[in-house]
Design a protein around this ligand. Sequence first.
Ligand code: ATP
Ligand code: MG
Ligand code: MG
Length: 353
Amino acid sequence: MSVLWVLGAGQLGAMLKHAGTPLGLDIRPVDIESHDTLPLQPDDIVTAEREDWPKTDATTQLASHPNFVNLSTFPQLADRLTQKQWIDKLELATAPWFPVEADSSADYAYQTLGDRVLMKRRRGGYDGKGQYWLKQTEGTDIPDDWKGQAIAEQAINFDEEVSLVGVRGANGETHFYPLTLNLHINGILYASISPLQRLAPLQSKAEAMLSKLMDALDYVGVMAMECFRVGDELLINELAPRVHNSGHWTQAGASVSQFENHVRAVSGQPLSPAEIKGQSMMVNLIGVPVDYQWLNIQGLELYWYQKEVRPGRKVGHLNFCSNQPDVLQNALQTLTLPAPYPEALDWLSQNLP
Ligand code: ATP
Ligand code: MG
Ligand code: MG
């Protein structure tokens, strides 16, 4: 049987492997720093858990395999400049922006985008790292090392943040999960909840947007689209050509998780619409040690990534799925986590139907 290689051996790679195991698929995440000679066979398949990677022994071997799915798409979405150009080209709504060039000035940014402008590094940013606010009232200037390296975006005064996770097969068939409502604190995802009846009116619009992108890129696998909801409108914040943190709830709450759907799509197995099992929520574990007493909480599923705990670092997540509202509310009352978790748990509690 052919092997499905995953470029990257972080938690996403581990969860892809975990999802493919019951299907009997041989999934092998590869540490990008590995110096091993990989026993790649001609009918093996390669995918990635990350959109951007350095040139290493391991990535060079994987990227030269002819069956690397979406290989040409990764650099286009990994660079925020070309990602924004794709969104504009397809006439999809996004925060107004311009590329930060050698001669760009803060004055130009304030004139064109308003008094609060968010610069984002073109490559490598995640969890809100690689962002820099320009504020006219504070007279902020563009630091030299951001010139040519960033895009500038208008600050969006959004109502809330939602995301759509979809999967596309090589034959062009697509399936989508219900929209997910996300809470970011300081640029990092803390909690998600899905499905929500009140977001249902936006579902078909969101699906049309992500379909247009996946079709234009002839994309195969799972892609996530992060959006700002402003009234009835959705503005695309960013795209991730991979499984996504805001889709982790599907491990507990859908008959086919985003991880299994990605594995199925890239390995050419049949796709089918996932059955949604109940009300789901997800809490990211950020910079907190594991506490196995959490397992006493009804409805809780723990994913611990076995990484060293550091402040601000994602080290695990908790999934919950139930059809009993009391079970979910009780779980939120029982969980004790340090600041800023009380805010995140309260947000979940308020958003539960
Ligand atoms: P991720 O971990 O999701 O990959 P990232 O570092 O790539 O994050 P973004 O998703 O672009 O960064 O931004 C992180 C968060 O910062 C957003 O979820 C949102 O809360 C806030 N943000 C981003 N862009 C804007 C904007 N134009 N206006 C207001 N807030 C924004
Ligand atoms: Mg990002
Ligand atoms: Mg993001």
